[in-house]
Design a protein around this ligand. Structure first.
Ligand SMILES: [Zn+2]
Length: 483
């Protein structure tokens, strides 16, 4: 009988914190600036420059730790991790090895077989490295230090995951929590959330772990899932052939859907860690921790419940709207303003998502404001705009940030309340369609919607449907009596 294998996976997740300035200096952390415009002697590693810890970094690391059910080290320290690499100007990275800020936490994920706890070994604070740019010119590499010193937390899990699905569920859970805490935007494509995957396989029933490899360079959930599957197969193949799995770091190539060795996996001792003499130890008061516990923003699960209870959304709708913290905020603000949660949900889950898909936009990139959406819903409710025109206005609001009142006025989309004009249109339609009038009187009620359509067309789609219906009914009634 063929051997059965189990995959054992642990993750190291790096998350860039959403502070305005870097971890040890006042330089901006803004993404996408011109190379080397956000640097100073500290983050460019000049000799003699002294780091000073940004308090916001500590606050965000603590918030994350508390939300991930961690113990907090009330006394923690920074250590130097020594290595040379061209994007690392100090020749060491300031990180935490001996006394990380948080340890022993957990999160709960949903799996096909119910809920499962994934334990978190530790969370530590550290600085990001610069970025090497290899393809600008053929014969040399360039280095951009804007990212050097951007604050990171590294969240290290225990090897508790057993499949790609569990890995993705865990990452989604981390992303939800960190986004709702507003400590990071967690954009995998911009590198503000990055995962290294430690993976080994062992025979089902075995108590000991197999030799693990680490995979880096994974910048999408899809790539992570592929890398897990690919590495599992590669290791099983080796074992089946009687060969050994080497402990090494491998680089996953998403285009080739295969990995290749990068370097043999180093241990902590290889880095000659030692306490950083430039930074004093970090102490955290119980008082501060309590304050952070009390001021924690609502997380996704709580938000979902509020949406269902306060705004009458179904569990499904609440789940879709809370998948993005931006969408959730947009919904809630709109619903508060217009008092019609279901209508707000319908717009956001219908037209907004359709347009986002069409334009390839993220919720955070929408130009739609809650004020404008609430206004549009009000105009709709008051019958001052037809459903057809409302869609046009909505698209302009999403794409150009248009103001609904201006847009309606500029494009002549307001419902025409002019009774005389409507009456004239009804008369014309009835006069032009004597056959249909006859059929209607003969009992063919379906003809009514045809006549409605004709009147609406005559009014260029700007008449209020209720008013057209009334007017048409009245006129058909009269015609009957007259005859
Ligand atoms: Zn700096």
């Amino acid at each position: 009988m063929a051997k059965q294998y189990e995959t054992v996976i642990g993750l190291e997740v790096h998350v860039e914190l959403a502070t305005r300035t870097k971890i040890f200096c006042g330089c901006s952390t803004r993404f996408g600036a011109k190379p080397n415009t956000q640097t100073c002697p500290v983050c460019a590693g000049f000799p003699g420059a002294l780091p000073v810890l940004n308090k916001k970094v500590l606050e965000y690391a603590l918030s994350a730790g508390l939300a991930l059910n961690c113990e907090v080290n009330r006394y923690s320290r920074f250590d130097r991790k020594n290595y040379f690499y061209p994007d690392n100007p100090q020749n060491y990275q300031i990180s935490q090895l001996y006394l990380p800020i948080c340890h022993d936490g957990w999160v709960e994920i949903d799996t096909g077989a119910g809920k499962k706890k994934i334990r978190i070994h530790e969370i530590h604070m550290e600085e990001d490295a610069g970025k090497l740019i290899h393809d600008e010119w053929g014969e040399c590499s360039l280095v951009d230090f804007n990212r050097s010193g951007v604050p990171l937390i590294e969240i290290v899990s225990e090897p508790d995951m057993r499949s790609a699905d569990e890995v993705i569920a865990y990452l989604e859970k981390l992303r939800d929590i960190l986004q709702y805490l507003k400590v990071s935007d967690c954009k995998l494509q911009e590198g503000s959330m990055r995962a290294d995957v430690n993976l080994s396989v062992r025979e089902v029933g075995s108590e000991t772990f197999g030799v693990r490899t680490e995979m880096k360079n994974l910048n999408s959930f899809k790539a992570i899932a592929h890398a897990v599957e690919g590495e599992r197969e590669r290791q099983i193949e080796l074992l089946e052939e009687g060969k050994a799995v080497l402990q090494e770091t491998r680089r996953w190539d998403e285009n080739k859907e295969s990995s290749r060795p990068m370097r043999s996996k180093e241990d902590a001792k290889d880095y000659r860690y030692f306490p950083d003499p430039d930074l004093p130890p970090v102490t955290v008061s119980e008082e501060w921790l309590n304050k952070l516990r009390e001021s924690r923003p609502m997380l996704r699960e709580e938000r979902k419940q509020v949406f269902a209870e306060q705004y009458g959304l179904t569990e499904y709708d609440a789940s879709v709207l809370t998948a993005s913290v931006h969408m959730a905020a947009l919904f809630e603000e709109t619903a508060k303003r217009c008092g019609n949660g279901r209508r707000a949900a319908a717009w956001l889950m219908g037209e907004a998502m359709r347009l986002m898909k069409e334009d390839g936009l993220e919720p955070s990139e929408l130009s739609l404001s809650p004020e404008n959406l609430a206004r549009l819903i009000r105009l709709e409710e008051e019958g001052r705009i037809t459903p057809h025109s409302a869609k046009r206005v909505f698209a302009a609001m999403v794409r150009e940030g248009a103001d609904p009142d201006h847009y309606i006025e500029e494009n002549g989309l307001a419902v025409v309340r002019d009774e005389a004009a409507l009456e004239e249109a009804v008369r014309q339609v009835l006069a032009a369609n004597p056959g249909s009038v006859e059929e209607f009187r003969g009992g063919k009620e379906k003809v009514f919607s045809f006549l409605m359509g004709q009147v609406m067309r005559q009014m260029k789609g700007k008449a209020d449907a209720g008013q057209v219906r009334e007017m048409l009914q009245a006129h058909l009634g009269q015609t009957e009596k007259k005859l």
